[in-house]
Design a protein around this ligand. Sequence first.
Ligand code: PEP
Ligand code: MN
Length: 332
Amino acid sequence: MIAVLKNTATKEQIDNLVGWFEDQGLKVNESKGDYCTVIGLIGDTTKIDIEMLQGLDIIDSVTRVSEPFKKANRKFHPEDTVIDCGGVLIGGGNFAVMAGPCSVESREQIIETAKAVKDAGATMLRGGAFKPRTSPYDFQGLKEKGIELLLEAKAVTGLPIVTEIMNEEHIPLFADIDVIQVGARNMQNFELLKALGKTNKPILLKRGLSATMKELLMSAEYIMSEGNENVILCERGIRTYETYTRNTFDLSAIPMLHELTHLPVVADPSHATGRRSLIRPMSMAATACGADALEIEVHPNPSKAFSDGAQSLTPDMFKEVMEQINKVRGIL
Ligand code: PEP
Ligand code: MN
């Protein structure tokens, strides 16, 4: 249930009302905007008398929220959430580009890539240290060493780091990481989500391979309900019957999610298509339809990459893609 308050409501009146809701056993989510305050109520609201509430002087309107996601719901929080990712803002008109290799492979590789993507205009560095691979025989990542190398690359370039976690026991290793990524394969690893909900790190939550948008939002809710509201959603393609592309890029998820939630929405054209030649057009398309950030794989020598070479751009190609993205941003 949400109660929109009149802008004449005083702090004391709001506090009294919030106290009363809490006495009813409800969790209260207060969102103060420029024009009004919205109070979101989570819990069993069946015993709340809507007509009684509507009769109060300070109430503008009361509505029941039918969607199962509450904290992530735009109705609870009409304004876009802006998330500070190690000094780079995402959301509410702030646009970021996270670029870098699929996997961190060596000091030279990650530092060279970090410098190149920064020169081209990327604002964050991505790179996998713990890799979720389909085959246990494929490269699994440099793990702790990979995290150390990412932090070295940050020290050299100043770019904040986004990297994937697979196991809640690894959370302490991510203490200096700016954004923790939950990959598609772990979108419904609820124990991991709950543990990340107890941290205050920005979480980049990727859509599962066959997940609906509602399931993605419910996974965000798992993190938020534990107290961490710094969640960024990521559309990275979903599995369909199509085989020319690695996944099917669900572009419509970007504006759809913006309607449903106040959380920022990132697009990952690399995993969505699996093809280098499609990164430029799909980056432009995702930017045009409102992505708050892009995550793009870049490797200094894609043919030698330990993972995802076929979808990785060279630094020169990435530079061109950045120019096109900036043109689209200019038009917007
Ligand atoms: C990745 O970003 O490296 C990755 C594994 O992505 P996804 O979880 O979307 O497959
Ligand atoms: Mn990858």
